[in-house]
Ligand binder design. Structure first.
Ligand code: ADP
Ligand code: MG
Length: 260
């Protein structure tokens, strides 16, 4: 298979990022974090903790009310948001394929917006990249399984060869087996393409298994920031440890069952 896509993941630096919604909710509260180029970061926290809001400030789907964000040292607010988003792949929380468009049209939409005419070869490469058969190009989204649809979502996100990939609970609606397979596939893609990846999830086990670094969010703030190994060894404070306790306890019970 050809290797058409060479990416170089940029660094992402958030400094005092704050988002207060018009109603007064402080969804993101003074978040500062420096993400190294090429790293895979998981953003974990309970529902309503501000994960999606924080993620969307990076590609300017949401405007901040304070602080600044720089990608490879360049302020995201310095240029045009559409141009910015071409350099940032984004996988939506609920897949978000256009139901009236074929798989190929969905994958190529970013390329079309850039003015590309014949996108067939690129679509074929992108489908191969996410391990989907080339024949899927002509299918409609409702003729695919949930996992296949999400692979299309990833292919679409990578179409403009972004170095930065943002994913908002990408596996949320999938069964556990598909979820596990797709998680592994995404991590392989991340490594192979040299991406910088930021993945929102509420599943600490998934974060520990896939990421290099886990950020825990609570009420708009980052309350823990540690590598999976350190978290498993007890780092990160009470909020992080409460989340780590869930998969640990499950593993303990399963081990107990197997031994009984
Ligand atoms: P998460 O992704 O962790 O579930 P969100 O970022 O979606 O959290 O939401 C964080 C907080 O901001 C929540 O209290 C939520 O109700 C609020 N919120 C999210 N979107 C909006 C909006 N468009 N207007 C007002 N409040 C919002
Ligand atoms: Mg969310």
């Amino acid at each position: 298979m050809p290797e058409p896509l060479q990416h170089a993941g940029p660094s992402v630096a958030l400094s005092g990022v704050t988002k207060t919604y018009p109603g007064g909710t402080v969804a993101v509260d003074d978040v500062s974090v420096a993400i190294a180029g090429g790293s895979f970061v998981a953003l974990v926290g309970s529902s309503g903790s501000g994960k999606s809001t924080l993620l969307k400030t990076i590609n300017r789907l949401i405007d901040t009310t304070g602080g600044s964000i720089a990608i490879d040292g360049a302020e995201v607010t310095a240029g045009d948001p559409f141009r910015l988003r071409r350099r940032i792949g984004y996988v939506f929380q609920n897949v978000g394929l256009f139901p009236h468009m074929t798989v190929a049209e969905n994958v190529a939409i970013g390329l079309r917006l850039e003015g590309a005419r014949d996108t067939r070869d690129r679509v074929a490469d992108l489908l191969a990249l996410v391990d989907l058969p080339a024949a899927f190009a002509g299918r409609m989204p409702d003729a695919l399984s949930g996992g296949q649809r999400q692979r299309v979502g990833v292919a679409r996100a990578l179409a403009t060869e972004p170095g930065l990939l943002l994913m908002d609970e990408p596996f949320g609606a999938l069964d556990p087996v598909t979820r596990d397979q797709l998680g592994g596939a995404i991590r392989q893609l991340h490594d192979r393409l040299g991406l910088t990846t930021i993945m929102v999830t509420h599943d600490m086990a998934e974060a520990l298994i896939l990421a290099d670094r886990v950020l825990v969010m609570e009420e708009g703030r980052i309350v823990a920031d540690a590598a999976p190994k350190a978290l498993l060894a007890g780092a990160g404070g009470p909020a992080a440890q409460a989340l780590v306790a869930v998969p640990r306890e499950q593993a303990r019970r399963l081990a107990g069952l197997a031994a009984s």
